[in-house]
Design a protein. Structure first.
Length: 291
């Protein structure tokens, strides 16, 4: 270890030295040149000692339909999902890092590494699933519905909003490995979907607005990484229509992303189809006939 002692991460240097000493690895230890120039064997194996993942879920909600406003309903749901002992597996390199950076050798990673008792060189490792990960997710769903029936047709209004209160994941269970994704590009704090629909006789139409709040690329961003991190909010509109020509024949038409809204032009975001419409404006048409 002497040649690389200065390369040890300062935060974990004491743990690494203590764990090496506990395994009888001298401070002057250096792997041989033959070890460096060859490929180390390893195995991907199962784990009969795995424990069940444990999830603690809480969902609470209520529906409010006021008497003084006909055809109005409000729904609020709170949800919280905590998962402990999640199953995860790590590469050989990650196993070595996690083993020696831990507070002691009493961790799930060190037993997966084998060293030669004489040379102290790593001679084998096992990529094995372990109960190490933790997940925390919570938030609110809010929904409002309102309908108006008139002689000129029926109008409906629906708003569905989701507020992400927390999204945390920890692959190892170590405090330093906790990652909070709340407010990042794939997990905005707010998402809204507003739909206005209209029906009259055999004709119906729906205008839908989809909105996601502004986010960041990464919560761990710092100016020395790059000069961009903020991602603007994003809104698209879809219009769909249908008309029942007869009891058996229905025609449909629509325009999706009707204002041809592009995703934010950010590296790593412009092609992110999971969060944005990467196709652009498109027209749809269809015919349905029941024989």
């Amino acid at each position: 270890m002497s040649r690389r002692a200065n390369a040890l991460p300062e935060k974990y240097a004491d743990n690494i030295r203590a764990n090496c000493a506990a395994q009888g690895i001298p401070t002057t230890f250096e792997p041989s040149e033959d070890w460096f120039s060859s490929t180390r064997p390893g195995f991907i194996v199962g784990n009969t000692d795995l424990k069940n993942e444990v999830a603690k879920d809480i969902t609470i909600g209520f529906v409010y339909t006021p008497d003084f406003i006909e055809n109005l309903s409000l729904t609020v749901d709170y949800w919280k999902f905590d998962i402990d002992n999640m199953i995860n597996s790590f590469t050989g390199t990650a196993l070595v890092t996690l083993c020696y950076q831990s507070d002691s050798l009493d961790n799930p990673y060190c037993p997966l590494i084998e060293r030669d008792p004489e040379t102290k060189e790593i001679v084998n490792y096992f990529e094995k699933p372990v109960n190490s990960a933790v997940s925390r997710t919570s938030g609110f769903d809010i929904e409002a519905n309102y309908r108006i029936d008139t002689e000129l047709g029926n109008f409906g209004f629906r708003l569905i909003s989701t507020y992400l209160q927390e999204r945390m994941y920890n692959s190892t269970g170590r405090p330093d490995d906790e990652v909070t994704n709340t407010g990042e590009v794939l997990r905005p704090k707010w998402k809204h979907r507003w739909t206005t629909d209209y029906t009259y006789d055999g004709f119906s139409a729906a205008l839908t607005m989809t909105h996601r709040s502004a986010t960041v690329l990464s919560n761990t961003w710092s100016p020395n990484v790059n000069n961009y991190n903020d991602v603007s909010s994003y809104t698209t509109f879809d219009l769909t229509t249908r008309y029942n020509v007869t009891d058996n024949l229905q025609v449909r038409a629509g325009v999706l992303n009707m204002f041809d809204r592009d995703p934010p032009r950010q590296p790593g975001v412009f092609a992110e189809g999971a969060a944005f419409d990467v196709i652009g404006r498109r027209l749809t048409a269809g015919v349905k006939y029941d024989f």
